[in-house]
Design a binder for this molecule. Structure first.
Ligand SMILES: Cc1cc2nc3c(=O)[nH]c(=O)nc-3n(C[C@H](O)[C@H](O)[C@H](O)COP(=O)(O)OP(=O)(O)OC[C@H]3O[C@@H](n4cnc5c(N)ncnc54)[C@H](O)[C@@H]3O)c2cc1C
Length: 428
């Protein structure tokens, strides 16, 4: 066991905790250490398809919204790598996800407080400190910051078969063997990740091309993500704070109504798919059979010989359909990752539905001393709103957590930057 007591230990090092690590870098006020189980930084590497783009502004990087002069900004990355001007001149309509991942990797590996290849296995609280057991050592700290992110979700009926070479979650797509040539591929899920896989398949030609691509979605159509200015105001501190103050009935209904603000498909991807279909049909006269099938709810799957049969319910006619697949890809989203390392400590945390209940500062509400905190990042969408799982408010959230650790007041001007007034007007 290390003798030193850290102010905070971060568990997991994806963008959420990386933002905190970047904003703490160089400070002597908060002794911090972060543990990441992977041997080096990677960002959703199984979904790094060549054309995938970042879905937020580059200003929503690890630090810029709260500390624009921090050395870990995306602009600083470009500058350090001698490509700021060429980046500007390239006039990208969207930033490559590959480039953003390279930026995150640079930030992670330039920060010696981040330790790779160290899996957090257990945490206990001795009444004064947390003892964090990793795969290599035990450390003591005053606060812990859980940033373990998301894990892929597949429906229950598909789970027993998932993760084979021919039946897997989209999260693994780039890691799977790429022999789809001449085979029938079914993609289930009408969000961004499903769209990216479909586009990738449609782009294949010759021996590499599947003979059939079927795309199944529960939604009425292949719907765009709403990226308009007032919708983007839902991804501001002002809205997150407003949302946090509302009751659960309102919050639940709001998230459902505004689902396409975050879960739709980028217009860029939709246009690319449409244009590719046009080219295939009228210019290349491609033999690939493509079926776009919205309004279907996948309901069962089973093996028949070496192939899969997927059953779906057509939501308009209520009839059952069957789809044959040699390769079945589930693009059915993600859920916040579980926290097995919390053990018995997990039972001391209040819950709100499936989430840990957090206070305004993302600290879990728990049966423990008021000056010891368990912060929870990217796991409070139903309490904090649409922006919680994405990059938009990550730097702001990191600043809130740091302020709480330091007992420092939050800068109110960081919360005020939005045009829409979400709350009620005061009555005189
Ligand atoms: C393919 C994809 C693209 C996305 N693109 C965008 C986008 O363009 N814009 C946007 O706003 N949002 C995007 N998101 C949503 C969101 O920004 C990302 O999911 C982001 O990675 C969340 O960061 P995180 O740190 O919370 O979690 P993660 O990135 O999931 O990181 C969690 C880390 O914790 C580690 N870990 C887990 N358990 C342990 C343990 N016990 N011990 C040590 N380490 C552990 C994991 O290995 C992982 O590295 C995207 C999501 C996906 C899946």
């Amino acid at each position: 066991m290390e003798k030193d007591i850290y102010d905070c230990v971060g568990i997991g090092c994806g963008p959420s905790n990386l933002s905190i690590a970047a904003q703490l870098y160089g400070t002597h006020e908060v002794r911090n250490i972060f543990f990441e189980r992977k041997s080096e930084f990677s960002w959703h590497s199984g979904m790094m398809l060549p054309d995938a783009g970042l879905q937020v502004s580059i200003f929503k990087d690890l630090v810029t919204l709260t500390e624009p002069t921090n050395r870990f900004s995306f602009i600083s990355y470009l500058h350090q790598h001698g490509r700021l001007l060429t980046f500007l001149n390239a006039q990208f309509s969207q930033i490559s996800r590959l480039e953003f991942a390279a930026y995150l990797k640079w930030a992670a590996h330039s920060n010696e407080n981040i330790n790779f290849d160290e899996d957090v296995r257990g945490i206990i609280f001795d009444g004064n400190h947390f003892a964090v057991q990793t795969s290599r050592r035990k450390v003591l700290c005053k606060h812990i910051i859980i940033g373990v992110g998301i894990e892929p979700y597949t429906p229950d009926f598909a789970r027993p078969y998932a993760d084979s070479e021919t039946h897997f979650h989209v999260y693994e797509f780039a890691h799977k063997p790429r022999q789809v040539g001449g085979r029938r591929v079914v993609v289930v899920g009408g969000g961004q990740s499903g769209a990216e896989v479909v586009l990738e398949l449609l782009r294949r030609t010759g021996m590499e091309a599947p003979c059939q691509v079927s795309w199944i979605s529960r939604r009425d159509n292949f719907s765009p993500m709403d990226d308009s200015p007032f919708t983007n105001d839902l991804f501001t501190p002002a809205h997150s704070n407003f949302f946090y103050r509302q009751d659960t009935t309102f919050r639940k209904a709001f998230l459902k109504r505004n689902e396409l603000a975050s879960d739709g498909i980028s217009e860029h991807t939709l246009r690319s798919i449409y244009q590719r279909l046009y080219t295939m049909r009228y210019i290349e006269h491609s033999p690939m059979q493509v079926s776009l099938m919205p309004s279907r709810n996948a309901s069962d799957v089973w093996r028949e010989g070496s192939a899969w049969t997927l059953a779906s319910q057509h939501l308009v006619s209520n009839t059952e359909e069957k789809h044959k697949a040699d390769i079945l890809v589930w693009a059915t989203g993600f859920r916040p990752a579980a926290h097995p390392f919390m053990g018995a400590l997990g039972r001391r945390l209040e819950r709100e539905g499936s989430e840990i209940r957090v206070d305004r500062d993302y600290a879990a509400i728990w049966a423990g001393p008021a000056d010891r905190h368990i912060f929870v990042l990217n796991a409070a969408r139903s309490q904090r709103g649409l922006a919680d799982p994405n990059l938009s408010l990550m730097a702001w959230r990191a600043q809130i957590v740091i302020n709480r650790i330091l007992n420092r007041p939050h800068d109110p001007k960081l919360d005020a930057d939005a045009f829409v007034y979400w709350g009620t007007l005061e009555v005189n």
